[in-house]
Design a protein around this ligand. Structure first.
Ligand code: PLP
Length: 286
């Protein structure tokens, strides 16, 4: 069965999926995206992801490519047509195709692409059991990282650098030593007295949907959250550290810059958050 992608009104073979060379996503990274987890045949937290898409579009003065109801239908249809039971669905909206000019085009229609991919749940489970390693890197991104744009070159470079150092994620760090977030995830620590610490999302980081849902999971588990900045030094001395994103849920961090966190094994608080996540997250059945 061939993989299917949705591209500007058509369901096409993934191998044949194309956008125009003058698409502004390609020319200027003038576009936004979302990634939702698909678990047990349902799209997870779709409402929150589409609310954030709406915010990203508004911040860039970009229009929805279609009504939200139709958009939701296309997401489901791409997941269905690819028979994705567990995995992810990726969606991207750009300002459209126009003769190359920095100014907003007067009449371009937004471009829309949706793809879906199977990912075996055992992969995430195995990764969580081992935990991941993080490399810290200086913050090099623009200030509007609260908008989920496809302009991800600093993230690409940081994650590549992490990989070359034997790590699976990079944490961007401010000049004062405060951890911002991961290349594609939010950053958390657990203090000695069991409180969860994560940076406020008002500015400087992306307000992760998984992060938001984990606040509810933490409340249900009776865990206290301190929404404040933390330094690399505090993270290295923490009881636990972890990252969150739609594709990793809560994923234990066992090493930062080559130094183990606590005993170097995944922490129990992180694992309990991970286990409870899908009990609380919204499930949009297909
Ligand atoms: N921060 C960045 C920079 C990201 O790219 C992502 C996800 O891709 C996140 C945080 C986590 O967001 P979410 O939980 O919505 O996947």
């Amino acid at each position: 069965m061939p993989r299917i992608a949705y591209v500007n009104g058509r369901y096409v073979r993934h191998a044949d999926a194309r956008v125009h060379v003058e698409d502004r996503g390609y020319q200027f990274a003038d576009g936004v995206y979302e990634v939702c987890e698909v678990a047990g045949g349902a799209i997870i937290d779709m409402t929150r992801h589409l609310d954030r898409l709406d915010r990203s579009l508004r911040e860039l003065a970009m229009a929805w490519p279609m009504h939200r109801g139709a958009f939701e239908f296309v997401l489901g249809e791409v997941v269905r047509r690819n028979r994705v039971h567990d995995g992810l669905v990726y969606l991207q909206v750009t300002r459209g195709v126009a003769s190359r000019d920095f100014l907003f085009p007067a009449d371009a229609k937004p471009s829309m692409v949706v793809t879906a991919k199977k990912v075996a749940p055992s992969l995430g489970a195995a990764r969580a059991e081992a935990g991941i390693k993080v490399l810290t890197v200086p913050e090099t991104r623009w200030e509007r990282v609260d908008i989920k744009t496809v302009g991800l070159l600093p993230n690409v470079l940081a994650k590549q650098k992490a990989k070359e150092a034997g790590a699976q994620e990079a944490w961007f760090v401010d000049p004062d030593g405060t951890v911002k977030e991961g290349g594609s995830s939010n950053a958390w620590i657990v203090t000695a007295d069991g409180a969860l610490v994560t940076r406020p999302a008002e500015f400087g980081i992306l307000r992760g949907i998984t992060r938001t849902t984990l606040f509810e999971v933490a409340a249900k588990l009776g865990l206290r959250i301190e929404e404040r900045g933390f330094t690399v030094a505090e993270a290295r001395a923490a009881r636990e550290a972890f990252i969150s994103s739609a594709t990793t849920i809560a994923m234990p961090v066992v090493e930062i810059d080559g130094a183990p966190i606590a005993n170097g094994h995944p922490g129990s608080v992180t694992m309990s958050l991970r286990q409870a996540f899908h009990d609380l997250a919204e499930r949009k059945a297909l």
